[in-house]
Design a protein around this ligand. Structure first.
Ligand code: HEC
Length: 150
């Protein structure tokens, strides 16, 4: 390789690095954000399970946990803008290839967690435990299709 070619090669490499870096950087913030929101959803689910499993005298909290899950679920669709499949994320590209299916999965989680709030408010703990499972199913359903395994 002569001198000129080497410079061109480095120039191209440099350009590719800068370009891919900015493509990552553009979505870095929202990827971090959606992971935080998802983490909090997982936290509220875990807290509910702790109350149920260990018979904690904190059943007064379940309505608020259910509300938080429901609110997070309502935020979900907007957390996955097109192009945000690149970077430090487990989101599969199938999300954007099957957007309608992904949206249906979001809708299912909103629907079941809306019921979760209602049942929590009713105070019927058996019905609540059942609805926790139904809600959990919508989390797993989406993760199985749209989230990379570890
Ligand atoms: C419509 C799809 C969808 C639904 C519904 C959904 N998730 Fe997720 N979840 C995802 C995707 C996609 C990721 C990966 C996000 C990423 O890495 O950018 C994720 C990531 C997570 C994470 C890991 C966050 C991290 O730290 O990386 C947790 C915890 C989580 N979800 C919990 C839940 C719980 C609990 C529910 C149900 C109440 C739920 N999710 C419902 C799609 C969904």
């Amino acid at each position: 390789m002569n001198h000129k070619n080497i410079i061109t090669a480095f120039g191209t490499l440099f350009f590719i690095l800068i370009f891919s870096n900015s493509a990552f950087a553009q979505y870095e913030g929202i990827i971090k954000y959606r992971k935080n929101v998802m983490k909090s959803t997982g936290g509220h689910m875990g807290a509910i399970v702790d109350i149920l499993k260990n018979g904690l005298p904190l059943t007064a909290h379940i309505v608020d946990h259910a509300h938080s899950i429901n609110k997070n679920n309502k935020m979900t669709l907007a957390m996955f803008p097109k192009g945000s499949g690149l970077g430090d994320t487990k989101a599969k590209s199938t999300i954007w290839e099957n957007w309608t299916k992904f949206k249906n999965a979001v809708d299912a989680s909103v629907r079941e967690s809306t019921k979760l709030v209602k049942v929590a408010e009713s105070g019927d703990m058996n019905a609540f435990a059942k609805q926790v499972r139904a809600t959990g199913k919508t989390c797993r359903g989406c993760h199985q299709s749209f989230r990379e395994r570890n």
